[in-house]
Design a protein around this ligand. Sequence first.
Ligand code: NAG
Ligand code: NAG
Ligand code: NAG
Ligand code: NAG
Ligand code: NAG
Ligand code: NAG
Length: 415
Amino acid sequence: MTAVPSALRSSVRMCGSEEPCWGLSAPGPTLLLSLLLSAAPSGLLGEETRQVSLEVSPDWPVPHLLHIRAVGTNSTLHYVWSSLGPPAVLLVATNTPNSTLSIDWVRLLSSEPDGGLMVLPKDSIQFSSALVFTRLFEFDSTNTSDTAEKPPGKPYTPYSLANFSWSNITDSLDPATLSATFQGHPTHDPTRAFANGSLALRVQAFSRTSRPAQPPRLLHTADTCQLEVALVGASPRGNGSLFGLEVATVGQGPDCPSAQKRYSIDDEYTPAIFQMDQLLWGPLPSGFAQWRPVAFSQKQGGRDSAMHCQASPLYPTLAYLLPKSPIIQGFFGSRNNFCVFNLTFGASTGPGYWDQQYLSWSMVLGMGSPPVDALSPLVLSIMVVALGAPGLMMLAGGLFLLLGHKRHSEYQPIN
Ligand SMILES: *[C@@H]1O[C@H](CO)[C@@H](O)[C@H](O)[C@H]1NC(C)=O
Ligand SMILES: *[C@@H]1O[C@H](CO)[C@@H](O)[C@H](O)[C@H]1NC(C)=O
Ligand SMILES: *[C@@H]1O[C@H](CO)[C@@H](O)[C@H](O)[C@H]1NC(C)=O
Ligand SMILES: *[C@@H]1O[C@H](CO)[C@@H](O)[C@H](O)[C@H]1NC(C)=O
Ligand SMILES: *[C@@H]1O[C@H](CO)[C@@H](O)[C@H](O)[C@H]1NC(C)=O
Ligand SMILES: *[C@@H]1O[C@H](CO)[C@@H](O)[C@H](O)[C@H]1NC(C)=O
């Protein structure tokens, strides 16, 4: 732990022109107050635990599907991750501890997968949605100086993640950490860019609330899963290559999930990042995705390797423009409302993929209410000292008067 608390360090940090400055450098009093108020209830939240199991069956004809079942007292959450087609995750919340996943493999693997994947009983489903990771973008940023430019350089031909071949999920399954990794590379790779590289999607579930040691140290609960996307060792097509990811959402209504930004004055867990980006599928409790707008150019993520992660607005899109995901169509049928958004990682200056041919970014996905970062104890104590000194003096003064008066009145009867 450093001697100077990070919240204080950050508030005096200058935003230089060469250093991209994101987040808040000096929160105003209004923001501070609202943060104090919004931080209060999170301390009252109970620790909910779930019985979490990861299911990958050797009987399944393809080793590309992972079922995470998280059972609580009155509910079960199902996360179905799959790399059949583009990598995708299906989120289903039910109001019974007994709901199950049912797969009709013949139907799911056919050209009309509708109805091939169900969560039963159907009337226990309270919420369902999905995310699909459709394309990996690469941009040439060599001639772009404006970091806010969109796209952040000349786009190369994107990699369609539906045309990747993915490793056997069974081999990466780790019941101890409740994690598994989908690792893939383009099926057709004429330039051999992925000869020594891969794109990996590491999925982790949790049975209770905690926070990993690895940045960005996103808070997670038993209701959530974490996804870490890592691009490692792939040869970039230029020496100023920036990467991006296209993500599609599936919703029940025609509206796109709402994108929100939440600010905090506390960067104790993610140095220099004061923002949380969030997608909400509907009025709470529904589904959500949240992430810090940061990616890392080194495995040991830290301030030196932090890259800004920029999210575009969400736009509705037509299903036929996206690669088909059998699990999405199997569960939702063929009439769906898709929206898409882009994430881009890094800028032409600062740390980048070129440093070590490494890029990682993490998000938390869940159902229910999104976890809210409470202010860290260190920052809270600083605020008590900084903001509370005049208040404490007034309180002390008031007590003194009160006690003084009381003592005086107690003396009265004796006299
Ligand atoms: C579970 O359901 C029962 C009966 O419906 C209810 O009494 C109980 O409070 C619920 N428990 C939780 C944790 O929601
Ligand atoms: C970048 O600029 C240089 C010189 O200004 C030019 O030769 C080069 O073709 C440009 N590259 C791209 C990708 O535009
Ligand atoms: C996947 O890996 C498991 C365990 O290593 C093995 O039993 C299974 O046959 C593999 N599946 C395929 C399709 O290769
Ligand atoms: C892959 O790695 C091997 C050995 O480390 C190296 O010889 C080869 O040139 C690399 N290939 C590419 C395309 O980077
Ligand atoms: C960029 O890459 C080319 C080869 O692709 C190389 O000739 C050139 O020196 C590199 N430029 C810089 C500034 O590293
Ligand atoms: C995402 O980026 C690609 C490539 O730059 C662009 O064609 C597409 O319109 C972008 N989509 C959104 C939703 O911004």
